[in-house]
Structures are given as C-alpha cells and as structure tokens.
Design a protein around this ligand. Structure first.
Ligand SMILES: [Zn+2]
Length: 238
C-alpha cells in the first residue's frame, strides 16, 4: 500500500507541491470553493487493479489507522467493527458508482404509443458525496426527455441518477454526467436535468449555513427553447 501511496504522490507531484497544472494552494482553493476540474470523474488508470475484496481489506486497515490517530480506542465494542463497516460502505454502497461494472443495465423499448411530448421524472431522491470533503450531498433530481423513437423504463432513470450519485462528486459534474448518459442512451439531445441539493459540508462546517441549497441545471436540445424549458419547470414545481 505504501508503494501505491508513493505512486500517487509522485503522479500528483505532491512531494514538490506542484502537479504540473496547479499549485497546492490553488488546488486547496478549488476544493474549498467546490469547483471540479472535469466532466469525467478523475480516476487512476489502475483504478481496478484491486478487486472489491482487496479494496475493502485495505480501506479497513487505513480507516482503523485514522481512528487510532484521532485517539479512539478500537478495543471498545462499539468502535471495533467500524473500520470494516466503513470499508464495505465505501466500496459496495456509497461509492459503488465508481465501478463501471455497477452501471445499471438499461433496456430500451420502441415508443409504441407515439408519445412525443416530454416525459418528466421528478423528485428523484439523491444521495451523493462531496468530493472535496467526503460528506453527504442530499437532494432531488428532476429529469426529462423527449423520445426520439425509444423509451426507457421509468425506474431506470432513477437508477442512472443513483449510479452517478454514488461517487465522490461535484454537483455540476453529476448533473452533466446524468445528462450525457441519457443523451447517449436515448440517442437524443432533448434532455433536461435539474438537481437541487444540500451540501453537508456547507451546512455542518465552513459557513454552517443550514438553509442554503445548490441548484444546477443542464438543458439540451429542445429544452434550450424558452417555452419547452418553462413547461418542464412548471411540471417540476407543480
Ligand atoms: Zn464539500
């Protein structure tokens, strides 16, 4: 594992405080301001060199160390199983969307009803995690599309939202990733995605604002037209 950490440090240039594109201070500033750097989730080339079992074993060990460094007594029955639980939760649950193998398999159907209006799937429950602080982002997603001949089972839209949410995320990227996935899946540009969410890193630390919400939108194709977008938003608000 130390070798892996060494490689990470060398790749990111942390040892000399510069990663080739941004100084360490700039990187910290990006994180503090919740700004992401790319549409794709930044992943290492060897992201899947370890299988899930190996990842859980290593995370468990490292999380145990974090707890011990903080001074917690892991001999306590209540704490003893925490590292294992956290490791399993990371790999199998809250960050399972990092692994493309967990991408939902979505069947497409012909649009037999010739339903050519917008279809809105609203109030999709969303749990994600801020990639800058690893604390929850809790919110709702509203997704719409206009069929280009194919339709998708409704629950699959929820599953696609959940898949991309189960990663360390930046809300803007999450919004775009969902839109891009639906565009390529349904072979249409006519997609809208709105996410409204509360970031616990804003509510529970930092400025400690418990009332603010972040809204991100992605309107593509026909949803860029004023009237179509207004109709979509009236459904979302209604
Ligand atoms: Zn954050």
């Amino acid at each position: 594992m130390n070798e892996l950490i060494d490689t990470i440090e060398k790749k990111n240039g942390h040892k000399n405080g510069h990663n080739g594109t941004a100084t360490q201070a700039e990187v910290e500033d990006l994180g503090d301001n919740h700004i992401g750097t790319s549409l794709e989730t930044p992943m290492r080339e060897d992201a899947f060199a370890l299988n899930d079992e190996e990842k859980m074993e290593q995370i468990e060990g490292h999380f145990r160390q974090i707890m011990e460094i903080m001074g917690l007594d892991l001999n306590d029955d209540s704490l003893n199983g925490t590292p294992k639980r956290v490791a399993k939760m990371y790999v199998k649950e809250i960050f399972s969307g990092l692994n493309p193998e967990n991408k939902p398999r979505v069947a497409l159907f012909d649009n037999k009803y010739q339903y050519n209006q917008m279809l809105v799937e609203k109030d999709i429950t969303l749990f994600s995690f801020c990639e800058h602080h690893f604390v929850p982002i809790i919110g709702r997603a509203h997704v719409a599309y206009i069929s280009n001949g194919k339709v998708v089972g409704l629950s699959k839209i929820n599953r696609i939202v959940q898949y991309f949410a189960k990663r360390p995320q930046v809300q803007e990227r999450l919004t775009k990733q969902i839109a891009e996935e639906l565009k390529s899946l349904l072979n249409t540009k006519d997609i809208a995605v709105v996410i409204e969410a509360e970031h616990l890193c804003v509510a529970a630390r930092g400025v400690e604002d418990v009332n603010s919400k972040t809204v991100t939108v992605e309107y593509c194709g026909k949803f860029e037209e004023d009237s179509v977008r207004k109709e979509f938003l009236s459904h979302v608000r209604g």
